[in-house]
Design a protein around this ligand. Structure first.
Ligand code: ZN
Length: 267
């Protein structure tokens, strides 16, 4: 999964780049989700066919860091792009109380307004980050779940991106929305986030998605090098280490999960 800007290399170019040696584990990038969640980067209708071709899926959203900048024209444009069958998912949307790029008082109504566009036919990719004093995303979880219950049906597929839920949060979310998958990157969690690591350990392959968040998060647990789709091998090594599963097997199983989650329409 990658979040892109217009002036950066294309998805295909990113996919061809090699990960840094410290985080290079065998893996072949065969597709993924490209995320456009800043109004300035939303694709034009004429570009969607190219962007959504082959194994790449397109998601369009409003990142919490852009909540304050939304204009009424942006909302009209958002509804129109999202209506395209080429756009496979709504996201990223969410709440970021860690960096707090926009006031919380703006982030929450923007999330609410965005979720009003949700449809069971398209997964919603949620970005939820807790405040620096809290280990996990407890408060964003509580607020986002309350909003999701107002606007989304029980069958709504959710992708909790770069997940930092604890066990209680994961269970509560799954109870309300059983079609949820949990995405992890190498540095999603650190060794001190025991509840989060326990969650990762318990996440079954049919609910697990591997992410790099290219090009935002730096690669790997050693925080070195540039983050690229080819770092997925390293992500699989890290997560496989937590789950005691061989990276190759994890890559195979999570590929199936990603294909199912982002290909089939949920009815
Ligand atoms: Zn994010």
């Amino acid at each position: 999964m990658a979040r892109l800007r217009k002036d950066w290399p294309s998805v295909a170019e990113f996919a061809r780049m090699e990960a840094s040696p410290s985080f290079r584990a065998p893996c072949q990038v065969v597709g993924g989700v490209t995320v456009f969640c800043e109004p300035a980067t939303w694709p034009k209708t004429r570009d969607l066919e190219r962007l959504a071709s082959g194994p790449w899926r397109v998601a369009v959203g409003i990142h919490p860091s852009r909540a304050e900048a939304m204009t009424s024209d942006d909302w009209v444009r958002f509804g129109s792009i999202l209506g395209s069958p080429r756009v496979r998912a709504l996201g990223e949307v969410g709440l970021d109380f860690l960096r707090e790029p926009c006031k919380r008082s703006v982030q929450q109504p923007t999330l609410r307004q965005t979720l009003a566009f949700a449809s069971c036919r398209k997964p919603v990719v949620l970005h939820l980050r807790g405040s620096p004093s809290k280990e996990l995303a407890t408060e964003p979880h509580r607020l986002a779940l309350a909003e999701a219950k107002k606007f989304c049906g029980r069958q709504q597929p959710f992708h909790i991106h770069c997940c930092s839920f604890g066990f209680a949060q994961m269970s509560e979310w799954m109870r309300e929305f059983p079609n949820t998958c949990f995405g992890y990157t190498g540095p999603s969690l650190n060794s001190k986030q025991v509840s989060g690591l326990r969650c990762l350990w318990l996440t079954e392959p049919n609910r697990l998605l591997l992410e790099t968040d290219t090009p935002y998060l730096r690669s790997g647990v050693d925080n070195s090098g540039c983050n690229l789709p080819s770092c997925l091998g390293g992500v699989a090594t890290y997560i496989g280490g937590v789950q005691r599963v061989k990276p190759a097997r994890l890559l195979q199983e999570t590929l199936k999960t990603g294909e199912r989650f982002y290909s089939a329409e949920v009815r």
